[in-house]
Design a protein around this ligand. Structure first.
Ligand code: UT7
Length: 322
C-alpha cells in the first residue's frame, strides 16, 4: 500500500504588516473590537507590485530545502488559490517556470479558504495511485487585493501569504484520510461579485469587494467544521484524545475555540496563527502547519487534524501522521 507523507514545509509572508492600530486610522473600528470578535492583531499585506506567484515561489523554495529535494524532482505541482496572478495560464504553470522546471502537470484549484485542503487531497490521490513521487502543494493568497479598505466588516479580517508542502510516497501513513465537501446553496453568504464571465465589463475588479454575511457564515462554519472533524475521527476509529494537534483554518479565533471545544481538545493542542496572519484563505492551513513544525511543537509521528471551511461553501479535513 502506498501512502503520501509530508516531507517538508515552508511559508512566506509579505514584509508589510498592518496592525489593528493602523486600521483604527482607516475605518471606524477599534483594536478591542477586532481582537475580541476575531482574534486578529496584525496581518501581512502584499505590496502593489507583488503577485501570488511571488509568495508561492519563496514558500516553495523553503519547503523544497526542508524536504531535501531539488525543484527538478517535482513531478506534480498543485496550487490552491482564489487570487491567481492571471486568469490564465494557471498560476501553477507560472510557479513551475519560475522554479526553473517544466514538463510535469501543474494546475490550480479554486475552493476559496478550503483550497489547500482540496489541493493536498488531490496530490494524495496521485501519490496513492503511483502517479507522483514528489508533489509540491501550495496554498497561497493575495486576498487583500479583493478588499475594500473602506468596508470595516471585511477589511479587518484578511491577510496575505503562502504555505507550501512537499509530499512523497511512504509505505506507512502519512496522510490517513481526506474528507471534502461543498454546498453551493450558501453562495450568497460569502462571495466576490465579479468574475471573468460575469460583469467584468461593468466594473473593474478593483471596483468590487468581498460580500460576506459574517454572522451567518460564522454559524455554518462552526457546525460544519465540528462535523468534518468528527467525521475524520469516526472514519478512522480514532479517539479525540489520540489527536496531538488540530491545525484549523484561521478565520476567527472564536470559530477555532468552538471547534476545539466540540472535539474536547484543550487550546494547547491547537496551532493558532490568526493573531499574526489574519484570515489568509487558502494559505492559512499550510502556514499554520509550518509554524507548528518550525517552532518544534509538531513532531514527526504525531497525529494531526487539518481542516478548513470557505466560500461556496466548501470544507474539508485531512487526518495525518506528520
Ligand atoms: O474564511 C472563510 C469563512 N469566513 C468566516 O468564517 C468568517 C465568519 N464570520 C466571522 O468571523 C464573524 O461573523 C465576523 C468577525 C465577520 C463578525 O463578527 P460578529 O460577531 O458576527 O459581528 P456582526 O457581523 O454580527 O456585527 C456586530 C456589530 C455590528 O454592529 P451593530 O449592527 O450591532 O450595531 C457591526 O456593524 O459589529 C459591527 N462591526 C464592527 N464594529 C467595529 C462590524 N465590523 C466591525 C468592525 N469594527 N471592524
Amino acid at each position: 500500500m502506498i501512502y503520501s507523507r509530508i516531507a517538508g514545509t515552508g511559508r512566506f509572508l509579505p514584509e508589510r504588516i498592518l496592525t489593528n492600530a493602523d486600521l483604527e486610522k482607516m475605518v471606524d473600528t477599534t483594536d478591542e473590537w477586532i481582537r475580541t470578535r476575531t482574534g486578529v492583531e496584525r496581518r501581512h499585506v502584499a505590496d502593489k507590485g507583488q503577485t501570488t506567484s511571488d509568495l508561492c515561489l519563496e514558500a516553495a523554495k523553503i519547503a523544497l530545502k526542508d524536504a531535501g529535494v531539488t525543484a527538478e524532482e517535482i513531478d506534480l505541482l498543485i496550487i490552491g488559490t482564489t487570487t491567481p496572478d492571471l486568469v490564465f495560464p494557471n498560476i501553477a504553470t507560472i510557479v513551475q517556470h519560475r522554479l526553473g522546471i517544466g514538463g510535469c502537470p501543474a494546475f490550480s484549484i479554486e475552493a476559496a479558504c478550503t483550497g489547500f485542503i482540496y489541493a493536498l487531497t488531490t496530490a494524495d490521490k496521485f501519490i496513492r495511485a503511483g502517479e507522483s513521487k514528489c508533489a509540491l502543494v501550495i496554498g497561497a493568497e493575495i486576498i487583500t487585493k479583493l478588499i475594500d479598505w473602506n468596508d470595516r466588516s471585511t477589511c479587518v479580517l484578511f491577510g496575505d501569504g503562502a504555505g507550501a508542502v512537499v509530499v512523497k510516497p511512504s509505505d506507512k501513513p502519512g496522510i490517513i484520510s481526506c474528507h471534502l465537501g461543498a454546498d453551493g446553496q450558501y453562495k450568497d453568504l460569502l462571495y466576490y461579485p465579479v468574475g471573468v464571465s460575469k460583469d467584468l465589463h461593468k466594473a473593474g475588479v478593483g471596483d468590487s469587494k468581498i460580500i460576506m454575511v459574517g454572522n451567518e457564515v460564522f454559524k455554518v462554519a462552526v457546525k460544519t467544521l465540528g462535523n468534518v472533524a468528527e467525521q475524520a475521527l469516526k472514519a478512522n476509529n480514532i479517539d479525540k484524545d489520540d489527536l496531538d494537534w488540530l491545525v484549523p483554518h484561521q478565520a476567527n479565533l472564536r470559530i477555532i475555540q468552538a471547534t476545539a471545544k466540540r472535539l474536547g481538545l484543550p487550546m494547547e493542542k491547537v496551532i493558532l496563527t490568526v493573531q499574526d496572519h489574519g484570515n489568509t484563505s487558502a494559505a492559512s492551513v499550510p502556514m499554520a502547519l509550518d509554524v507548528g513544525i518550525r517552532d518544534g511543537r509538531i513532531k514527526r509521528g504525531q497525529l494531526i487534524l487539518m481542516e478548513a471551511f470557505g466560500g461556496g461553501f466548501t470544507w474539508g479535513s485531512i487526518l495525518m501522521r506528520y
